[in-house]
Design a binder for this molecule. Structure first.
Ligand SMILES: [Zn+2]
Ligand SMILES: [Zn+2]
Length: 336
């Protein structure tokens, strides 16, 4: 391999799972120009607790030609790559709240996308509650955490050589995620999809906590973020095809009433799903203490005594497909 060939290989970065043909695809171009079916992949179904089996919160929605992440906690981005997708193909990111188990991989997403994208892809569009704009500036601004790194990559000749090998044209731009701060009641209109933002009951007033609902022609998906039992979740999730709900506690084991109010329990979730009239309930944000044989089955069984839709025990890399307003496929996660 000569130097030119070596530099050429720097221009391409693909996940191991990507097909060989995919490797020649320029950054920012989807694998196919055909609109994809609506799917959601669970990237992280765990909690703040370190785990190899369950990464912290993250979800990936493929809708039309857009690739949207909902929350991006530690480990979620690793799962995104494991799912066969590329960092550069993510178009939008939404955050429900700024607990670190929902946003710690934001830095990774923005920086790796910027680096590999080489100024050839649109800026990432980012939505979340305040102080998301301030956090973004404090991460990526000139005086931010990554300010010195970004300056080195934008100005040092060696970094610019790699940037130009990736197809970039100097002068190199800094990463500039386009942040829009959102609140309960906000809506975000995309190409063939709409996200409606609702109120989640969690750790106010310290953090503004939101829930998300996406509607597209193939169906609807609601995600509670972190939330205890709340009428606002029932209202937001009304009639949706998939409700992804935090299921942190086995009923009765919450340490205090404050925990129950902020995080709920499995019986609370059964009532929410029933009242909202959703078709499929996906349980997530699962503590290791309840993620045990026998307990899993008991939780699902007890929820089904109240809620007559489908109940799914979420796992990292599980992928659900929606068409005609019904869950048409559920592919299990690929746990090692
Ligand atoms: Zn959480
Ligand atoms: Zn939280």
């Amino acid at each position: 391999m000569n130097r030119r060939e070596f530099i050429g290989t720097l221009a391409v970065s693909t996940p191991a799972a990507a097909a060989a043909a995919d490797e020649q695809r320029p950054a920012g171009t989807p694998a196919t120009s055909e609109p994809r079916p609506l799917t959601i992949t669970l990237l992280g179904t765990g909690t703040p607790a370190p785990s190899l089996e369950r990464q912290s919160s993250g979800y990936l929605i493929e809708v039309g030609t857009d690739l949207i992440v909902w929350d991006h906690g530690p480990g979620a981005h690793h799962r995104l790559i494991e799912s066969g997708h590329r960092t550069v193909d993510v178009t939008h990111a939404f955050f429900t709240h700024l607990h670190y188990d929902h946003c710690m991989d934001y830095g990774r997403l923005v920086l790796q996308r910027w680096d590999q994208g080489a100024d050839r892809i649109p800026d990432l569009q980012v939505y979340g509650p305040p102080p998301l704009a301030r956090m973004t500036e404090q991460l990526f601004g000139p005086d931010g955490v990554y300010g010195p790194d970004i300056r080195a990559r934008v100005e040092h000749r060696s970094s610019l050589d790699v940037f130009e090998a990736r197809g970039g044209k100097s002068p190199r731009k800094r990463p500039a995620p386009r942040v829009t701060e959102i609140h309960a009641g906000s809506t975000v209109q995309g190409n063939g999809w709409k996200v409606t933002i609702g109120h989640a009951q969690h750790v106010q007033p310290y953090l503004e906590c939101l829930a998300l609902r996406l509607d597209a022609k193939e169906g609807s998906i609601c995600y509670t973020g972190d939330s205890g039992p709340s009428d606002t979740i029932v209202e937001l999730a009304k009639g949706c095809d998939i409700l992804i709900h935090m299921n942190h506690y086995f009923s009765g084991t919450e340490p205090t009433p404050a925990y129950r109010a902020a995080c709920g329990n499995h019986r609370d979730n059964a009532i929410i799903a029933k009242r909202a009239g959703v078709k499929t309930l996906v349980l997530t944000h699962l503590l290791a203490q309840i993620d045990q044989p026998g307990i899993r089955e008991q939780i699902v069984h007890e929820i089904q005594q109240v809620f007559d839709g489908k109940v799914v025990w979420g796992e990292d890399l599980m992928r659900l497909g929606l068409s005609g307003s019904r869950v048409s496929t559920i592919e299990p996660g690929q746990q090692e």
